[in-house]
Design a protein around this ligand. Structure first.
Ligand SMILES: NC(=O)c1ccc[n+]([C@@H]2O[C@H](COP(=O)([O-])OP(=O)(O)OC[C@H]3O[C@@H](n4cnc5c(N)ncnc54)[C@H](O)[C@@H]3O)[C@@H](O)[C@H]2O)c1
Length: 336
């Protein structure tokens, strides 16, 4: 018998709903006890949808943090708010799972990490691709020498559309989307980025009021190991949701992601077809459950999480270098 872990969800938007389902229905010995969000309707909808009559709503996440009955928190508020919420959770002594990114700027992110270090609390970042079996096998092949010396890597993210362009943040293509690819490339390369050159463009989205509202971007990265990588992203994939990666080395190559939903092919008069993923949950549903299961295990056992605050920081450093590269029109070095 494991003691029930009482968890508070801070943020009840798009990804908050995904994690709410996991916390409410899919993890043994976990209770989604509180949902905090300044906007009441979304939180109440989740409490109803998952039949959480004994759980409560809080308008202010700090009330959840102050509750001694809460054992751990899952942060799903907007990216720029993450450092403040992480720091407050650390001060309250709560083990924390925080969605990517670690933040939008390095200084508050570093202050949050310092609070976590001071408090000695657990912090896991929400890079769920690392919990996908295909990506895990690729990383094992890259790190155990099966692919030889790693020469070239690539990772891409193509969204069918920006969910709500009206609330899109400047530089979101780097800070919110390619941040996944930057994390993955570091993990697959087993090395840290030393130089980034990035370009960005707007093909479809109406120009935003602030600079940095791009819908397409491409970054090349040089790693300390010598490996070269590319990452690209688009917010306008006409054919659905598309996430792929490749690692090419002196002894072979591994590719990950073909967008298929299942193994069935349909043969008909017009040809052969199969359905493909249209949204992020289609591709990564099980990985979102696996990352929270890992978090709960880490809270229970005290083992360090597989994806740390420092991972969040390293990907943010690459994203910031990519933004600077676009602004200056030249490669940007990352100092160790
Ligand atoms: N891992 C993934 O694949 C993935 C997918 C989607 C979003 N995300 C990340 O999750 C985060 C949230 O994204 P989203 O698409 O769910 O956004 P969203 O706008 O749909 O939801 C954010 C919610 O947080 C609430 N909120 C704002 N400030 C808050 C605070 N201080 N405390 C509690 N709640 C607060 C908002 O009212 C809103 O309901 C972002 O960092 C995003 O990058 C990750």
């Amino acid at each position: 018998m494991v003691a029930t872990l009482n968890v508070a969800l801070l943020g009840a938007g798009l990804i908050g709903a995904v994690h709410a389902e996991t916390l409410a229905r899919r993890l043994h010995g976990v209770r989604l006890a509180v949902i905090a969000d300044p906007v009441e309707a979304g939180a109440r909808r989740l409490l109803e949808r998952f039949e959480l009559a004994d759980s409560r709503y809080e308008p202010d996440y700090r009330a959840a943090l102050a509750d001694p009955a809460i054992d751990a928190v899952v942060i799903c508020s907007p990216g720029a708010s993450h450092p403040a919420v992480i720091a407050a959770a650390a001060r309250a002594g709560k083990p924390t799972f925080c969605e990517k990114p670690l933040g939008h700027a390095l200084e508050p992110a570093d202050q949050a990490l310092a609070e976590v270090a001071r408090a000695g609390t657990l912090l896991q970042l929400g890079f769920q691709r690392r919990f996908d079996p295909g990506y895990q096998r690729a990383q094992a092949l890259a790190s155990d020498g099966s692919l030889g010396d790693l020469h070239l890597l690539r990772s891409l993210t193509r969204d069918p559309a920006q969910p709500r362009p009206e609330i899109a943040r400047p530089w979101a293509v780097f800070l919110e989307t390619l941040i996944h690819d930057f994390d993955l490339l570091r993990w697959l390369a087993g090395s840290e980025a030393v130089e980034v050159y990035a370009q960005a463009a707007t093909f479809v989205s109406p120009p935003g009021p602030e600079p940095g509202s791009f819908d397409t971007a491409l970054a090349t990265i040089r790693f300390a190991s010598g490996a070269l990588a590319t990452a690209d992203a688009s917010f306008h994939a006409a054919y659905g949701y598309d996430v792929r990666a490749e690692v090419f080395g002196s002894k072979g190559m591994v590719t990950i992601g073909d967008g298929r939903l299942d193994s069935a092919w349909h043969y008909g008069p017009a040809g052969v077809s199969r359905p493909r993923a249209h949204w992020f949950q289609d591709l990564f549903g099980p990985a979102y459950v696996a990352e929270l299961a890992h978090f709960v295990d880490c809270v229970r056992t005290g083992q360090p999480p597989a994806v740390t605050g420092q991972d969040g920081r390293a990907s943010l450093v690459i994203a910031q270098a990519a933004i600077e590269s676009v602004q200056r029109g030249q490669p940007v070095s990352i100092l160790a």
